[in-house]
Ligand binder design. Structure first.
Ligand code: GLN
Length: 220
């Protein structure tokens, strides 16, 4: 039987060193960890339910969403993570992480599920098999300064955006590659690979301003 999480609490905002988890079942965990630590956050790799307790935010990295989805279930993390996110745990998903956050997928593998945090439809591997990866500059609203240099790697695209969701990044042809709904951010690319930390900075600021903490797990 799964033991539910109690609703997280809203604490005094402005925690200067928030505790940010990086979902560490699979994918490019190390790069996110390094960037968040550079920005003054405490980082915890999340592999078990107990690792959710006390988090102020979580990053879902790039990798392979269908594998991540399976591992979430095997590690008994799917339900508690979904609950923490729906209670308001700030989240930043990159590439496969964006796929995990969507409510709806195109080109999912059979049985693939998501965490359903962002009301968007995401098409997996939307650039086709020829375009394995490339780097480009993307303007992200809320990120000051010049465009971000980012990497697209077997990247998805957002093909439908729900009414509550804000588009924060598009490609020159108008394809949506970044979305936000309050403290939930998702981007189709990898900002952690090219060394530009401004999106992580935006997320850490969002985590501080939100002041959410995942409450203790109930053991009953
Ligand atoms: N194509 C991968 C997937 O479907 C995502 C690729 C990535 O995260 N770089 O999950």
């Amino acid at each position: 039987m799964t033991s539910p999480l109690r609703t997280g609490s809203l604490s005094v905002a402005g925690n200067t060193s928030p505790l940010i988890g990086v979902l560490a079942l699979q994918g490019d965990v190390r790069e996110h960890r390094a960037m968040l630590e550079e920005l003054g956050a405490h980082v915890r790799e999340v592999r078990l339910r107990a690792h959710l307790e006390g988090l102020n935010g979580i990053v879902i990295p790039g990798g392979e969403s269908s594998v991540m989805d399976k591992l979430l279930r095997i590690f008994d993390l799917y339900d508690p993570l979904r609950r923490a996110l729906s209670d308001g745990l700030p989240v930043f998903g990159t590439c496969a992480g964006l796929i995990m956050l969507a409510t709806e997928l195109e080109d999912a593998i059979a049985g693939q599920e998501t965490l359903g945090v962002l009301d968007v439809t995401v098409r997996r591997n939307a650039f086709g098999s020829q375009v394995d990866s490339y780097e480009t500059d993307v303007v992200v609203s809320g990120v000051p300064g010049p465009p971000l240099r980012v990497a697209f790697i077997r990247a998805p695209l957002v093909t439908r955006v729900g009414p509550a969701v804000e588009v924060i990044a598009t490609l020159p042809e108008g394809e949506v590659v970044g979305v936000r709904d309050g403290s939930a951010l998702g981007v189709a690319f990898h900002p952690e690979i090219t060394g530009d930390d401004r999106l992580h900075r935006l997320f850490v600021e969002t985590v501080r301003a939100t002041g959410f903490t995942v409450a203790a797990l109930q053991t009953a």
